[in-house]
Design a protein around this ligand. Structure first.
Ligand code: PEP
Ligand code: MG
Length: 846
């Protein structure tokens, strides 16, 4: 059934809006495999008219081998279509049927018939008869007040047809292989929007199974679970009942896995979540319904730098060399994919995996069979890559925009953003805003645009549109760039070079400010910057306690950009490299060469300082599409971190080889996450030995080995681990979660998951007491809190590692610590009854 060519449909109308609305309606009824529907409507989005050349192209694009049925609206639509028909060669013309059916009713019926595999003649006949039911009803009840119910019966008849088509599909698949069926109810507040949908698509793709989804509540679908654009067309909202049908060798596993995932609401934090430490500060200031809105705090004064708008392809381009166009498009998609991965890594670092997951939706779109297949098909029929890509993107964007749920409609912006990025690359348009200085004024920005901004040169960003919760705003906050959004289209008329003053905290923009206004903004800016600058000035110097002991202050890295920030923030080393950033959001693991090159690039960016490379820490809350993981009732207690690496040792073996190779070139420590028992460490060390043998050059001289202490049992048994490690690094984020039995991402138990709880502090003290010659560090978020510094030093900690921007202030805090007094402080803290008392004690000492 899946390979069967289906009749394609073309809608010709004077109005683009009308045609797309009809398509949106028809797609809601679609109960079959994909049906190609092309639209040739309006002279452009807003101008009424018909264009024979556009229709000609649509006719070519719509034919996937079973011919085309065309539905037209009035007058010149028919004439233009006949003209377009004349432009076709004889063979192509013979495959087209012009159908007299009314567009809306006809299209709904035609789509359903085509989905069921009906021939061109049957599709056209069904469409032409589409009015019959309505005519009969209206004819009979014309004088009665029940006209409306008659009309609605007509609609039901169309939907009955859809169900019949779907039954046919299910019977066919029964014959092909055993089919398993399950259902779930959507729990996510915004329904299956981009993030949960991307997660579903990604996970469905990991199994050797064909999975389809149907929205039983609305009747939409079935759609292939591997296509994000198609899954979105289910319009699945909270409370909707979704049917999952799987066939193929892994059908049962796939079904169980997806149902478990749905049961966990696709791991979306339904209670809402705060960014975890060190990332962007929370959004301050009032959020208004319209007008300029604050989106990232801070003050910026500078000359306007007005960004060029996104590229457009005004007319259809053609190609004589489809292979070259295909290769060009693939290369552009590849480059944009890389760029988005980099943004994703930055976001994961600054804001956590939850926010970073939005980029999975972008990455999924760039690998979406439906979108790529459409562009490919268009190129195959002679269209140049830029316009083929633009048309394919426009089709998917329109499908999102036609959905009834406003949240899903808004995802059309994601499609456009990703589409524009590829188009700009393809056209060689310098979309990069890396040259931006002063106050950047733009219509809107993509997250990738913001990732490329230099916070030193860009004083502020003002957007005509946009929202404070958009991902570009989140990223700007993470980068410390003040932003005002929703300033209105008039701001785009500001001449480049005009002085502007921006208050990203209050959401205020003044164009061409007076001298007094400038002075006011300067005072605000000075106060804002003073605190940051004070600490930065001394950041390069080592952090010595008042009694002369050096405490190393390092950076946690999750991207190359982090390493650059770390170097300029005075990092003494990278105390934690979250190597997951290389592995997440892609289809295959990076090979040894790629890993080595990435680690060396980090080392170079951080000025050759020591890198503490943590081996892959996935599983639990961080699944990897290409590593099969069991469905676990409690993933945080399941195959996470080193446990997963030892269960699938191939990945670990390659990573350790890359670590060894890197360690021959630059100082490296290797660190194993989520260790609970000594045999796990010994097995990991054995694999490290094998990697050294595989490399063949002997053990690198500077290579150190350590473990993360995240499991309470490991802290309590530190003495047993000590002979086998050079260092312990205490991951207070997970150690707190496991000690307090309070999930780290859950708002409901956030108050329990407090690292200042004396229970957690005692475990840190256990490690400090039992470490012997091994060095003790902390790399959880607690290390980034200057208030915690004396306490941690008093508990026996010698190294602190954190998000790079926090380093200067923590170094300052170390300078104020006397170690004897710190030990006394720690002793007293351990006797207290809770985190509030501990905080009060620390406040006394300040
Ligand atoms: C931790 O658990 O404290 C830690 C640093 O690791 P991650 O936050 O990456 O789990
Ligand atoms: Mg951890």
């Amino acid at each position: 059934m899946g390979d069967l060519a289906r009749v394609g449909l073309v809608v010709v109308s004077h109005s683009s809006a009308l045609a797309w609305a009809a398509v949106g309606l028809a797609q809601e009824m679609l109960h079959g495999a994909p049906v190609r529907i092309e639209v040739a409507a309006g002279l452009d989005e807003h101008t009424l008219g018909t264009d024979a050349l556009a229709i000609h192209r649509a006719l070519l694009d719509a034919d996937t081998g079973a011919g085309v049925v065309v539905l037209m609206d009035l007058g010149s639509a028919i004439l233009s279509t006949e003209l377009a028909l004349d432009l076709l060669d004889d063979e192509a013309r013979a495959a087209v049927t012009l159908c007299a059916a009314p567009i809306v009713e006809g299209l709904v019926v035609a789509v359903v018939a085509a989905a069921g595999g009906a021939s061109r003649e049957v599709v056209a006949a069904e469409a032409t008869a589409a009015l019959a039911g309505k005519q009969a009803h209206l004819g009979g009840v014309g004088d009665s007040p029940d006209d409306a119910s008659g009309a609605s019966d007509g609609a039901t008849a169309a939907s009955d047809g859809a169900t019949a088509a779907s039954d046919g599909a299910s019977a066919a698949s029964d014959g092909a292989s055993a089919e398993v069926v399950g259902r779930f109810v959507v729990a996510n507040p915004h329904g299956l929007h981009a993030r949960p949908a991307a997660r579903l698509v990604q996970e469905a793709g990991a199994f050797d199974a064909v999975v389809t989804l149907r929205n039983l509540t609305t009747g939409a679908g079935p759609v292939p679970a591997r296509s994000l654009s198609r899954v979105a067309t289910l319009g699945a909202q909270k409370g909707h009942d979704i049917e999952v049908v799987a066939t193929g060798p892994d059908a049962r596993c796939a079904l169980d896995h997806l149902l478990a995932l749905a049961d966990r609401a696709f791991d979306e934090d339904l209670a809402g979540h705060a960014p975890q430490g060190g990332g962007a500060p929370p959004l301050a200031g009032p959020v208004r319904a319209s007008g300029p809105m604050p989106a990232s705090p801070g003050i910026g004064i500078g000359l306007a730098w007005v960004a060029a708008s996104a590229p457009v392809v005004a007319a259809r381009t053609t190609t004589d060399d489809p292979a070259a166009d295909r290769a060009g498009l693939a290369a552009a998609i590849g480059r944009v994919t890389e760029a988005i991965r980099a943004v994703r890594a930055d976001t994961a670092r600054d804001l956590g995996e939850q926010d970073a997951a939005i980029f999975d939706a972008h990455l999924q779109l760039l690998a979406d069979d439906d979108l790529l297949g459409d562009a490919d098909h268009r190129i195959g029929s002679g269209e140049g890559a830029p316009s083929a890509w633009a048309a394919a993107v426009a089709r998917v964007e329109a499908a999102f925009a036609a959905l009834s749920d406003p949240y899903l409609q808004a995802r059309a912006a994601d499609v456009r953003a990703v589409g524009d990025q590829v188009l700009a690359d393809l056209l060689g348009v310098e979309r990069s805003l890396s040259g931006a200085t002063g106050v950047l004024v733009a219509t809107d920005l993509t997250p990738a645009d913001v990732a490329g901004l230099d916070p030193v040169r860009v004083a502020a960003v003002v957007l005509a549109h946009g929202s404070p919760t958009a991902h570009c705003a989140i990223l700007a906050r993470a980068k410390g760039i003040p932003v005002v959004v929703g300033a209105g289209a008039a701001v785009l008329d500001v001449a480049a070079g005009t002085l502007m003053a921006v208050d990203g905290t209050a959401g205020e923009v003044v164009v061409d400010p007076s001298a007094e206004e400038v002075a006011h903004f300067r005072t605000l800016a000075d106060a804002f910057d003073a605190a940051r600058t004070r600490a930065l000035q001394r950041a390069d110097r080592p952090a010595l306690t008042s009694d002369g002991t050096t405490v190393l202050v390092g950076a946690n890295l999750g991207s190359l950009a982090d390493a650059v920030t770390a170097a300029s923030s005075g990092a003494d080393l990278a105390g934690l490299v979250r190597t997951e950033f290389l592995f997440l959001g892609r289809q295959h693991a990076p090979d040894v060469d790629e890993q080595e090159a990435s680690y060396l690039a980090l080392a170079e960016a951080i000025g050759g300082r020591r890198l503490t490379l943590r081996t892959l820490d996935v599983g639990g809350d961080k699944p990897l599409g290409y590593v099969p993981m069991p469905v676990e009732a409690n993933p945080f207690l399941g195959l996470r971190g080193l446990r997963l690496s030892l269960a699938r040792p191939g990945l670990l073996a390659d990573q350790l080889l890359a670590v060894v190779r890197t360690a021959h070139r630059t100082p490296v420590s290797v660190m194993f996450p989520m260790v609970s028992v000594v045999p796990e460490l010994l097995e990991a060390r054995r694999l490290l030995g094998e990697a050294i043998e595989r490399d063949g050059r002997g053990r690198p001289s500077g290579l150190e080995v350590g473990i993360m202490v995240e499991v309470p049992a490991a802290a309590l048994k530190a003495a047993a681990f000590a002979p086998f490690v050079d260092f312990f690094s205490i991951g207070t984020n997970d150690l707190t979660q496991y000690t307090m039995a309070a999930e780290r991402g859950s708002g409901d138990v956030a108050v329990l998951g407090d690292p200042y709880d004396p229970g957690v502090l005692r475990l840190i003290g256990c490690v400090g007491d039992a470490a012997g010659a091994a060095m003790v560090g902390v790399c959880g978020e607690l290390a980034a809190d200057p208030a915690a510094v004396p306490l941690l030093i008093g508990l026996g900690v010698h190294e602190l590692s954190m998000s790079p921007l926090a380093i200067p202030q923590v170094k300052d805090a170390v300078r104020g610590v006397d170690r004897v007094a710190a030990r006394d402080l720690a002793r007293r803290a351990l006797t207290l009854d809770g985190p509030l008392a501990v905080r009060a004690l620390l406040a006394e000492g300040r």
